[in-house]
Design a protein around this ligand. Structure first.
Ligand SMILES: CC(C)(COP(=O)(O)OP(=O)(O)OC[C@H]1O[C@@H](n2cnc3c(N)ncnc32)[C@H](O)[C@@H]1OP(=O)(O)O)[C@@H](O)C(=O)NCCC(=O)NCCS
Length: 367
């Protein structure tokens, strides 16, 4: 049975930064309160012309560059997102088209902030089963579009960004060692974006009632998160036949520093073993774990052979953890340039649109 290795990683955040001081000009809050309760100092916010696919494409190309893999070699793209570009088509399909992943199947996965762990697990299982060789997993968000900038309970928390992993099959043991995924829909109300779906399709009333904004019971989510983070990590470690003593790094979902500190206490692990960057990005939902991983990798913190636990939680409610043996890129003989495929992808996309247009004209004549 092949192993599923993380061979590439990339991240992208929009340039504009929104500090706590900036937010204090919009709602009744202040830098000290936000830092004390969440650890967040600033977050990046997408420009008007940036979308989940725009951010994802940048992160994906970087991940493919690290893996030295051409987009045309991808068999599967899973995009985990809590702020999809549309209800349909899937954001993953827009990414597939823009990067030129001509043979990849692409779909979105919705498990809120746990989505990246769920998606990575799904891609790893597809590789382990032998049905595919190369997968791209992306977490991408422009949650700033769904935040009520008049609600101080939520607007301080979220930020925009994207992170991506390339997963590849290899006979060498390592890579994704185990994963656990959990859900509890009885907690669906505690964190929700109720408007715009089939239950509350957009109307003047839903707009007036603020149903198209993130709604959250912060205390409830806090209690849930502190309960599940440590437990899920232990469960994933046990499933991999490991203990916390074997672990070099924990890379948690970056929602709140206090939640991460509680998990560290539960696991009796020093906080220094936790990769933390919530201060710079806020909660980027599905993108937070890959962004934290990329930063740790770029700082040289992740060494080949390191055992890493990814752990996350989110709306649903959902939570999960994954144990990974860090391997790095598969050594390549020939250098490929994934970024160059973008131009080819644009041409290909245009040609396919034209073809469909001409097909449409011809079929009209036939009728
Ligand atoms: C949202 C969160 C930071 C609030 O912190 P908290 O310590 O629970 O704060 P509370 O909601 O109890 O509010 C305490 C007080 O601060 C006030 N407050 C809330 N937000 C505030 C803000 N941004 N600035 C200043 N005061 C604020 C409240 O109105 C309340 O005032 P009151 O005591 O006069 O009623 C915290 O609950 C949290 O992080 N929850 C988890 C959220 C999360 O991670 N969501 C994403 C999951 S993927």
């Amino acid at each position: 049975m092949p192993f599923a290795h993380i061979t590439g990683w990339g991240m992208y955040v929009p340039e504009p930064v929104l500090t706590n001081d900036d937010i204090s000009k919009m709602v009744d809050t202040n830098d000290e309160w936000i830092r004390d309760r969440t650890g967040i100092r600033e977050r990046h916010i997408a420009r008007e012309n940036e979308f989940p696919s725009t951010l994802a494409v940048e992160a994906a190309i970087k991940a493919l560059q690290v893996a030295n893999l051409a987009p045309t070699e991808l068999d599967l793209i899973i995009c985990a997102t809590s702020s999809p570009e549309y209800i349909f088509p899937a954001t993953a399909c827009l990414i597939q088209d823009q990067i030129g992943a001509s043979k990849a199947g692409a779909f979105d996965l919705l498990a809120a902030c746990s989505g990246f762990i769920f998606a990575t697990n799904m891609a790893a299982q597809a590789i382990r089963s032998g049905s595919i060789k190369n997968a791209l997993v992306i977490g991408t968000e422009t949650l700033s579009r769904f935040v009520n900038w008049k609600d101080r309970n939520t607007c301080i928390l979220f930020g925009d960004g994207a992170g991506a992993f390339v997963l590849q099959a290899s006979e060498i043991p390592g890579g994704i060692l185990s994963a656990v995924m959990h859900s509890d829909g009885s907690g669906a109300d505690s964190l929700t974006l109720p408007g715009g779906g089939s239950h509350h399709p957009a109307t003047e009333l839903t707009l007036h009632e603020g149903k198209h904004f993130v709604q959250m019971d912060g205390k409830e989510v806090f209690r849930f998160a502190t309960r599940v983070m440590g437990r899920a990590s232990i469960e994933a470690l046990e499933s991999a036949g490991l203990t916390t003593a074997d672990v070099q790094w924990i890379i948690p979902h970056q929602a709140n520093l206090r939640i991460i500190e509680t998990a560290a206490k539960y696991l009796k692990m020093p906080i220094e073993k936790f990769v933390i960057n919530v201060q710079n990005y806020g909660n980027t939902s599905t993108a937070s774990i890959p962004i934290a991983t990329v930063e740790a990798a770029q700082k040289g913190q992740l060494k080949i052979g390191d055992k890493i636990v990814f752990v996350g939680f989110g709306a649903g409610l959902t939570w999960g953890a994954m144990v990974v043996q860090w391997t790095g890129p598969i050594p390549a003989k020939k250098l490929v340039h994934p970024e160059q495929y973008r131009r080819f992808a644009r041409l290909r996309s245009f040609a396919r649109r034209m073809l469909r247009f001409i097909e449409g004209l011809l079929s009209r004549k036939e009728i």
